[in-house]
Write a protein that binds this ligand. Structure first.
Ligand code: PLP
Length: 412
């Protein structure tokens, strides 16, 4: 009888697994037939404006990294990572509060607080974690969070984890924000939450208007600066510096995984009591490993370079405008205004994907973005300019766009 029961259990399990497989395969097929499959190309060199891609011959021009300042493979950044690896080892095998805090973690936190001109800083394994770990700690059921409808997925997930009342305002719409601020007036704390720069369109939050409204209605302001830290504003401090509201934005989350060396890691900067509380309560901080020393070493050097000179922060602006102007002249529609994220708007998901494939055949690596990453019908190729691109690199990319755009009837 035991044997029969055993065989029955094994059989049921096999049937469940087969059913799960059918469900998953059906889901995958839906993505494929919908034309929204996201393949991964394999890079066989280090990150930079020129890369090698598995299956493509020779040098490929790369226009889809968030390597805005070209620091991902900067010799000094790489060297600092090697030094930290040698001196401090591969990793901590621990979370921060057990035995995972080294002097280099404290030093990087201090430098990031200085860079953003905020009281204190806490490091996370990623900005996704920083966003996942903030709202639950700061806001309870008596509080309210007011979030731009197009905020990054990690903000949306972080807000889902908190128990505050949720208000979603229309993208960058100050009138709608004001309506929601009025509606949430009875809440104890109110936090307005926005990306500084929205990564899909390269558009910038109207921070001055947001801060005016927040002050009028007694709310705090949070910004996610992943696509701004290092190169927006005269000293690269971010959107808040560019728009003159550094002292009016209370909390900033950002990443070490884009302009600041590109390795990995994220952080929150803001008032000291908030950072102290995050160290006590923020779950992705408490229950996840410390940032590895080589990663800390690379990021620290990147921040030091930016603290030492404003030139690096300024190095991507002219290149961005060269690409935007030439593409617009050629008849393409580029979303956003002057950010190095330059979305070439195409509309159709399949067209974006086919054009990106054709661009690679011409030696230019760009990626098509489609639903669910962007709204349906708003597929695009998102080009990202880096300070490490030369003028010739940019001109070559524009030429390749014109050639493929003509082939697909996008430009004449
Ligand atoms: N926030 C924004 C606006 C982002 O674009 C990203 C990365 O794509 C993140 C957060 C997450 O950053 P990280 O890669 O450090 O987790």
């Amino acid at each position: 009888r035991d044997r029969i029961n055993y065989l029955h259990t094994v059989l049921s399990l096999a049937i469940s697994i087969a059913e799960a497989r059918t469900v998953l395969e059906h889901e995958l097929e839906t993505i494929r037939t919908g034309g929204t499959w996201k393949g991964e190309r394999i890079i066989t060199s280090k990150q930079g404006p020129h890369i090698n891609v598995d299956g493509s011959h020779g040098d490929i021009l790369n226009f889809c990294a968030n390597n805005y300042l070209g620091l991902s493979s900067h010799p000094q950044v790489v060297e600092a990572g090697i030094e930290a690896l040698k001196k401090y080892g591969a990793g901590l095998s621990s979370v921060r509060f057990i035995c995972g805090t080294q002097d280099i973690h404290k030093d990087l936190e201090q430098k990031l607080a200085q860079f953003h001109e905020r009281e204190d800083c806490i490091l996370y394994a990623s900005c996704f974690d920083a966003n996942a770990g903030l709202f639950e700690v700061l806001l309870g059921p008596d509080d309210a969070v007011l979030s731009d409808e197009l905020n990054h997925a990690s903000i949306i997930d972080g807000i889902r984890l908190c128990r505050a009342k949720r208000f979603r305002y229309k993208h960058m719409d100050l009138n709608d924000l004001e309506t929601q601020l009025k509606e949430s007036q009875s809440s104890r704390l109110r936090l307005v939450v926005t990306d500084g720069v929205f990564s899909m369109d390269g558009d910038m939050a109207p921070l001055k208007g947001i801060c005016d409204l927040a002050e009028q209605y007694g709310a705090m302001v949070f910004i996610d600066e992943c696509h701004a830290t290092g190169f927006m504003g005269p000293r690269g401090r971010g959107t808040d510096e560019l728009l003159g509201v550094m002292d009016r934005v209370h909390i900033v989350n950002s990443t070490l995984g884009k302009a600041l060396g590109g390795a990995a890691g994220g952080y929150t900067v803001g008032p000291k009591p908030l950072i102290d509380l995050l160290r006590q309560r923020s779950r992705p901080y408490l229950f996840s490993n410390s940032l590895p020393p080589p990663v800390v070493g690379c990021a620290t050097r990147a921040v030091e370079l930016l603290l030492a000179s404003n030139e690096i922060a300024q190095s991507v602006g002219d290149k961005t405008m060269r690409f935007r102007n030439k593409m617009t002249e050629a008849g393409f529609t580029i979303s956003g205004s002057d950010h190095p994220i330059c979305p070439v708007m195409l509309g159709d998901a399949r067209l974006a994907s086919l054009m990106a494939d054709d661009m690679l055949k011409l030696g230019v690596y760009v990626i098509g973005f489609s639903y669910p990453v962007v709204p349906k019908g708003k597929a695009r190729i998102r080009v990202q300019i880096s300070a490490a691109h030369t003028d010739q690199d940019i001109d070559r990319a524009v030429d390749a766009f014109i050639q493929t755009g003509r082939k697909h009837g996008v430009v004449s």
